[in-house]
Design a protein around this ligand. Structure first.
Ligand code: AQP
Length: 344
């Protein structure tokens, strides 16, 4: 079991997480999410459920053909990284209608003021919030439904999703309170490791993101060795050599980011990275980081490419996963409807 996972006595432990097929997978998604999903698949005592959240992706414009390709490529990324459809439930969100059905109930539980405080909405809507989709505003209610339709107790995520998990708990608590039940669990976020917030290679104050207009800001899981090496060579740093202690990374966001990435890829601590490389200039550290990144990512991207030659097989896996997911989700939705007072 992963370090941060403590089970609630009232609810059986169950892990859920999702990723948007809103672009190609990045190193941030891999280190902050998928790599840890794979660890939890091996360690967690209950079911592990992983999703391609295509309904979240369309909260901003997605070209239909690109969305289909990105959904299959994300499934290939999960499988190539080690998610085994025989051990975890793997599917795309739109095939399990219960997510959207529970989201409607939660739209009626959550308050406008809660949504207005969400930093992801403010970041994504930018200055033109009036023109953002209603779906983007309601994104956290759908995310709460993704989690709670399985009574998931633990959600591994990157740091950026912490606020949304807190909102999920607020929605669960208000639903339980309003209807006088103890029906939805207080889900725990699991935010662990050296790379819970991988930053842009061009700007240490911005998160590495699939939708960043600059391709140089991120490492894509499909990048080849030369592209990875080129992006790391050009990654922004400062002129100082690496410190010998992790405290020396304070106020050096770009340096800290590269060290964190190294630690997460090598499965060692940040302290170990700096103690082994302290005093070196970045011109010496960057080639080491490139070599490590290529060693870890090349087998995954080769397997993704192989899986993408068989899209029909990916679709079969997703349909089977959706059927399994529905066996858990459908009774929970029916019980929710009963609690709310819907006649059936
Ligand atoms: N830079 C990151 N560092 C660590 N974890 C990250 N995650 C995303 N970026 C980083 C984690 O990946 C999971 C899936 O994220 P998502 O696709 O649902 O949405 P996101 O967080 O908005 O990711 P992107 O890449 O920034 O997508 P776009 O550009 O479409 O918005 C989550 O667990 C997230 O924490």
């Amino acid at each position: 079991m992963s370090e941060g996972v403590q089970t609630s006595p009232a609810f059986a432990p169950r892990v859920f997480s999702g990723i948007q097929p809103s672009g190609g997978l990045t190193l941030g998604n891999y280190l902050g999410a998928i790599k840890r999903f794979v660890q939890m698949q091996g360690d967690a005592p209950g079911e592990t459920i992983f999703c391609m959240v295509d309904m979240h992706a369309i909260t901003v414009w997605q070209d239909p053909e690109a969305l289909r390709r990105q959904t299959r490529e994300l499934a290939a990324g999960y499988i190539a990284s080690g998610i085994n459809p025989a051990r975890s439930i793997l599917f795309n969100q739109s095939q399990v209608a219960e997510h959207a059905q529970l989201a409607w109930i939660f739209n009626c539980v959550a308050r406008m003021g809660w949504m207005k405080r969400m930093t992801q909405f403010k970041d994504k809507a930018g200055k033109n919030a009036e023109n953002a989709s209603l779906g983007l505003f309601g994104y956290p209610a759908l995310m709460a439904a993704d989690i709670l339709i399985y009574h998931a107790t633990h959600v591994p995520v990157g740091e950026d999703q912490k606020q949304h998990i807190e909102l999920t708990r607020d929605i669960a608590a208000k639903f339980n309170h309003d209807y006088g039940v103890d029906f939805f669990p207080m889900t725990e976020p699991v935010i662990e490791g050296a790379a819970t917030r991988v930053m842009s290679l061009r700007d240490g104050s911005k998160k590495m993101s699939k939708s960043d207009p600059s391709d140089a800001s991120r490492i894509n899981m499909t990048d080849d060795a030369d592209t990875i090496a080129g992006k790391i060579r050009k990654a922004k740093t400062d002129p100082e050599p690496l410190p010998s202690e992790s405290a020396g990374l304070k106020d050096r966001p770009e340096a800290r980011n590269l060290v964190n990435i190294y630690a997460a890829l090598a499965d060692i601590s940040v302290d170990q990275v700096v103690s082994e490389n302290g005093g070196q200039p970045f011109s010496a550290f960057k080639p080491k980081l490139s070599e490590l990144a290529v060693e870890k990512l090349a087998p995954i991207s080769a397997e993704m490419a192989r899986l993408m030659t068989q899209p029909d097989e990916i679709d079969v896996i997703l349909r089977q996963g959706a059927t399994q997911a529905r066996t858990i989700a459908a009774p929970i939705l029916q019980q929710t409807y009963d609690i709310v007072g819907m006649v059936r």
